[in-house]
Design a protein around this ligand. Structure first.
Ligand code: SF4
Ligand code: SF4
Length: 450
């Protein structure tokens, strides 16, 4: 079986982002760079740092195998300069394994260093064209944790476990490794429980994490893309922002924007040269026309280029407005209307002032209301196989949902394929993360340990 087929069979999707099926990235030709994303730019998360420190041999071994498979001329692991222990571990593995891999260090910690397109620009000086992908400029980008999964896939172990950070208002912030589908509540117990009776949770980092009320969090479980759970006090700014009704967001955009254009000046996608100008979108909002009547406007269509990093609303805007949320609404309308942004052609030049406008991670953390947790040392690690039930959604990735191969009442063993990608569709497979009996297959496969 080819490496690409092994990755597909193992059900691997990008661990650090939206869950793009990894085997698809292995289909390119003319690859100059394989870039491993080890920047972990979201404040508070320690997952990738843990992986690079403790699984460097596996990551380096797999990266060298992938480099050979896709014929990449160079393989680069991109990390932050202050990840010194991780750098030492990776260098030792590179030397021991004789791998052709370089380490790129970001000289300062800024957000979003880990954005795929920002990373390509930093490492290669090339700008991915608007609405393009890294392969358009000869690059394949993969997260270091994804590379660890590829190592397992090469050794015929499917994607069944996830390493993630649990931090914030918990007794013992730590990194854990649990079976996919482990309930959030079990993860919280491993961290000694929440410090407050009422709390709010971010599934992911403080900038791009998915907000969840306590009730929603207690209904959620670990998926292939979960990189961490951050527990915050109830009533935090994230909760208030998440609760704001869409109409209120739009009304504020229409009436309170002072057109200072800070959102555009600091937008990471604008800074690498993309024609995304959120202040213009906000200005057009003040015309008070319904969004669906403005979809032919090129400025409005540029919302499709937004990576939803949150810099504009959490870091840049002095009025506390939400250009990101407005862009998300426009993107949904564009998708509904079947309007796709035409991929840019030709050379794109980055903004000459880009270096001066990067957002330092520490300040980003403070502005996003999690500054008090920035200096938590996370030394503890727990591996736990105790989940009594696991909840495995059929769609944990970009593309079509998996189709169940099992029925209620079936007994399955850990590692068994229980759902597969529909034929000729973009998607991936799903495997049992514990042994037990299937008790549900509708929308998600639930396995109860027996
Ligand atoms: S969220 Fe804001 S800052 Fe980030 S890419 Fe979108 S418009 Fe730019
Ligand atoms: S930063 Fe805020 S106030 Fe300034 S232009 Fe952007 S949305 Fe308007």
């Amino acid at each position: 079986m080819s490496l690409k087929d092994k990755i597909f069979e193992a059900g691997i999707v990008g661990c650090g982002g939206a869950g793009f099926p990894t085997h698809v990235k292995m289909s390119g030709s003319s690859v100059d760079y394989l870039i491993l994303n080890g920047a972990e730019c979201e404040p508070l998360l320690h997952t990738d740092r843990y992986m690079m420190l403790n699984c460097s041999d596996e990551i380096v071994w797999a990266a060298d195998a992938v480099r050979r498979e896709i014929g990449a001329a160079r393989c680069v692991i991109a990390i932050k300069e202050h990840y010194r222990a991780q750098k030492r571990a990776l260098e030792k593995s590179i030397e021991t394994l004789g791998a052709q891999i370089e380490i790129f260090e970001f000289p300062e910690s800024f957000y979003p260093a880990g954005d795929e397109q920002v990373m390509v620009y930093e490492v290669t000086g090339r700008t991915v064209p608007p609405a393009g992908i890294p392969l358009d400029v000869g690059c394949v980008v993969s997260n270091v944790s994804t590379m660890y999964c590829i190592y397992n896939a090469i050794h015929d172990k499917p994607f069944t476990h996830k390493v993630l950070t649990v931090t914030g208002r918990v007794r013992e912030p730590l990194v854990i490794k649990v079976p996919l589908g482990t309930p959030f509540e079990d993860c919280l117990k491993l961290a000694g429980g929440a410090l407050d009776e009422d709390y709010f949770v971010l599934n992911g980092g403080p900038m791009m994490g998915r907000p969840m009320t306590k009730a929603q969090a207690l209904q959620s479980s670990v998926t292939k893309t979960t990189s961490g759970f951050i527990v915050l006090p109830s009533g935090c700014a994230h909760e208030l922002s998440a609760q704001m009704p869409v109409e209120h967001t739009l009304n504020r955009a229409r009436h309170a924007c002072i057109q200072c254009s800070y959102c555009t000046l600091m937008c990471p996608r604008n800074l690498i040269g993309h024609p995304l100008e959120p202040h213009k979108i906000m200005r057009k909002m003040s015309l008070c026309r319904p969004i669906d009547e403005m979809l032919d406007d090129p400025d409005i269509q540029a919302a499709a280029l937004c990576c939803e990093c949150g810099i504009c609303e959490i870091y840049a805007c002095p009025m506390g407005l939400q250009p990101r949320k407005v862009n998300t609404l426009i993107k949904a309308e564009l998708a509904r209307a079947g309007i796709r942004y035409e991929k840019g052609k030709g050379l794109v030049e980055a903004n000459a002032f880009r270096e001066d406008r990067k957002a330092p991670t520490g300040r980003v953390a403070i502005r996003s209301g999690v500054g008090e947790f920035m200096n938590i040392e996370i030394d503890d690690f727990k591996e736990c196989e105790d989940a009594e039930k696991v909840y495995l959604p059929l769609k944990q990735h970009i593309g079509a949902p998996c189709v169940p191969k099992v029925s209620v009442g079936d007994r399955v063993v850990a590692g068994q394929k229980i759902a597969e990608c529909p034929e000729n569709a973009l998607g991936t497979n799903l495997h049992a993360s514990i042994s037990g009996e299937v008790i549900k297959t509708d929308g998600e496969i639930v396995i109860e340990r027996r």
